[in-house]
Structures are given as C-alpha cells and as structure tokens.
Design a protein around this ligand. Structure first.
Ligand SMILES: [Zn+2]
Length: 250
C-alpha cells in the first residue's frame, strides 16, 4: 500500500479539512530511476551497435542496385565492383583530411572506406530521427555517400585534391537521391578561400554548385569534359563555370 501522510486543516479552531498526502518512498524512487537509466543505456548501446552494423548490411544488399541506377541515369558502365571497407584505416585517420569529423567516406588505393558510424537509411524516417538525436547528428546518409564514393571509384579519381572530382561525385550522388538544392552565393567564395576549406562540407556544396549547370545541360559529355578540364590556377569559380559552359557547347 502507498504510504501517505495525514494533514489536518483548521480555521478558528475548527477542523475544516483532512488531506491525505502521498509520501515519496525515496528508496523505491531511486531503484526505479536506476532501472530506467539502465534500460535506456542498454537500448542506446544496442540501437547504436545495430545502426553501425546497418552500414555493412546496406552496402552488401544495395551496391549493385546503386551502380545500376547510375548506369541508367548517366550512361555509366561499371565493369567491376569496388571493395568497400567499413572503418577508416589508421593512416587515413592520422595523415589526411579524412581525420576531419565531417568526412565520412574516402576513396583511396582503389578501396572505398566508409566511417564506422551509425548510418541513416532511406525510407526509415522515424529510426533516422531517433538516431540523429541520440548521436547529436554524428551520422551520415549511407545511400548518398555510397553513390558519391562509387563515382570516385568509377572515374578512379582521388577524393581530396580535386574540385571537379568532388563536384561530379556530389552531382551524381545528389541526383540519385533527389537532393539538388544549390547553396546561394557560392560565387562569392574565392579560390584563396577555397583552399582553406578543402574537405569541409562547404567545399562539397561549392564543388556541386560549380559543375551543376554544366552537367544539367550537357549530361555525360559535360561530366567527362569537366573531369578532364579542371579550373586553371587562380581562375575564379564563376569564370571557370562560364568558360566550361562555352567550351562544352562547342
Ligand atoms: Zn569525394
């Protein structure tokens, strides 16, 4: 039975009310709190463990489908599939921009490395929201990232030193997942500024914005042309984009 305390209310010496006040059982409350904490921690750990393993499962079950999607949409022709490793190798995590927390995928030595983190899965909105909140946003969209790294694999271009390489990988990946919003005012970023933000999210936004109209207008021809004609040294990005639009159209 719940313990309670009796409270009597008097006015002018007359008893006017009797209140029963529940007494808090602190020992029970503590045990309850501890149990809740324990269960939530277990849930958190299991959920995150499964969410990390989801990356491997997703790659295994979907990589062929993603290459087929790219083939259909952009006329690419994958002759082989890449090796995909979940987890960055030590040398990448210490010596390259891959150690930046915002980088979740790296294409190196012909291998695609995906960071060992919980991943957002297409079509699982509720799960993704919970995961995003639990990890404070330290997750990535596995579908878009795998598309992006597949493009690096297909064109065999390295990840970090090429604006057009990143632009094309982003373009194809974003088209595949219908995420085609362009950053406004990207034209204001100078080449000098660009060097200082390599491998940051803004760098990818800009790389994407630079190549988008060229590929929008010229498709596969635009992709190949841009990959073979990176910007000249110190050429500003808008000038480069205009020049490419003219040259590809010839
Ligand atoms: Zn990339």
């Amino acid at each position: 039975m719940q313990p309670f305390r009796i409270q009597l209310e008097y006015r002018d010496g007359q008893l006017i009310n009797i209140k029963l006040q529940k007494k808090i059982n602190w020992r029970l409350a503590f045990v309850g709190f501890f149990c809740c904490f324990f269960v939530l921690t277990l849930f958190y750990m299991f959920f995150l463990t499964f969410a990390v393993n989801d990356a491997e499962m997703y790659v295994h079950s979907n990589i062929i489908r993603l290459t087929k999607m790219q083939e259909q949409r952009f006329g690419m022709a994958y002759k082989e599939l890449p090796i995909v490793v979940i987890g960055f190798p030590t040398e990448l995590s210490t010596t390259s921009p891959g150690n930046k927390s915002t980088i979740h995928g790296v294409f190196s030595n012909n291998i695609i490395y995906l960071k060992k983190l919980p991943v957002l899965l297409p079509g699982h909105t509720l799960r993704n929201i919970v995961l995003y909140l639990l990890t404070w946003g330290n997750v990535y969209d596995i579908e878009q990232l795998l598309h992006h790294e597949l493009v690096h694999f297909y064109f065999r271009n390295t990840t970090f030193n090429s604006l057009v390489g990143e632009g094309i990988a982003e373009y194809i990946a974003r088209e595949m997942v219908n995420n085609t919003i362009i950053l406004s005012n990207w034209q204001n970023v100078t080449r000098t500024k660009l060097v200082s933000i390599v491998a940051e999210p803004l760098y990818y936004e800009i790389a994407y914005a630079v190549v988008k109209p060229i590929v929008d207008n010229h498709g596969k021809t635009g992709i190949i042309y841009v990959l073979n004609h990176p910007p000249a040294e110190n050429e500003e990005l808008l000038d480069y984009q205009k020049r490419m639009m003219k040259e590809v159209a010839r």
